[in-house]
Design a protein around this ligand. Structure first.
Ligand SMILES: [Zn+2]
Length: 227
């Protein structure tokens, strides 16, 4: 950070984004993780948003290291270079940042800001769908959504409008706690995710699963003890 970087896109699909030519020769001013997004700020107010999904990878290495294949993006500083392999999401603008909600993995997470975003959203939306909306809270994925709702005794199908502020804080608190311990310990405690048909660890009722929301992500829940 703080250095002027040379930027290139050896991969044709990376080059097609036009990102490299706009960033080449600018100073890298900041790097920040917001949820699963990596935000790189450059002089002139440009912000590069990179999301790796399942396949992408950033590596930082000595400048001029041997490259096999064609990385999407190379940021070259004086002594080191950052290389992006497989860049399913590469977006350059100023709005990328503002669209994202508060980071669930911030220390500490800004629950007040999350709450006000949830309250400004359409209150007919179901909890399980809203928790995955990165504009409301950044970083919660499908696994931790299911696990946090189960710990909070709340159904993913309950509308936001039938959920109190305290209940929203509870489920967001569980998500933050579970994800933080997973990052810190490398362990993932799962009670219900991908356990459809098996007994709920709390009440022994059968766990159900069904697709939810526009993206049809599978929700897992126990109808007996999640209301
Ligand atoms: Zn149960």
């Amino acid at each position: 950070m703080g250095e002027t970087v040379e930027v290139e896109s050896p991969n044709p699909r990376g080059a097609a984004t036009g990102v490299a030519e706009q960033l080449d020769g600018r100073r890298l001013e900041g790097v920040e993780a917001v949820g699963k997004n990596l935000l790189l700020s450059f002089e002139g107010g440009l912000v590069l948003r990179s999301h790796l999904r399942m396949s992408g990878r950033w590596t930082v290495r000595a400048r001029g290291s041997v490259t096999r294949g064609r990385p999407w993006l190379v940021l070259r500083g004086r002594g080191r270079e950052a290389v992006l392999w497989g860049g399913p999401v590469l977006e350059l603008n100023k709005r990328a940042v503002r669209r994202l909600g508060p980071d669930i993995l911030a220390r500490p997470p800004d629950f007040d800001a999350m709450l006000s975003r949830f309250r400004r959203a359409d209150q007919r939306r179901a909890l399980g769908d809203a928790l995955l909306d990165q504009r409301l809270v950044a970083g919660i994925g499908n696994v931790w959504k299911a696990e946090a709702l189960w710990r909070a005794h709340m159904s993913p199908w309950r509308p936001l409008g039938e959920t109190t502020d305290d209940e929203l804080r509870t489920v967001l608190g569980h998500a933050a706690h579970l994800m933080r311990s997973s990052v810190d310990t490398g362990r993932e405690e799962r009670a219900i995710y991908r356990r459809a048909g098996r007994p709920c660890p709390r009440c022994q009722g059968p766990i159900e699963s069904r697709g939810q929301g526009d993206a049809n992500r599978t929700s897992y829940w126990c109808p007996a003890c999640q209301t």
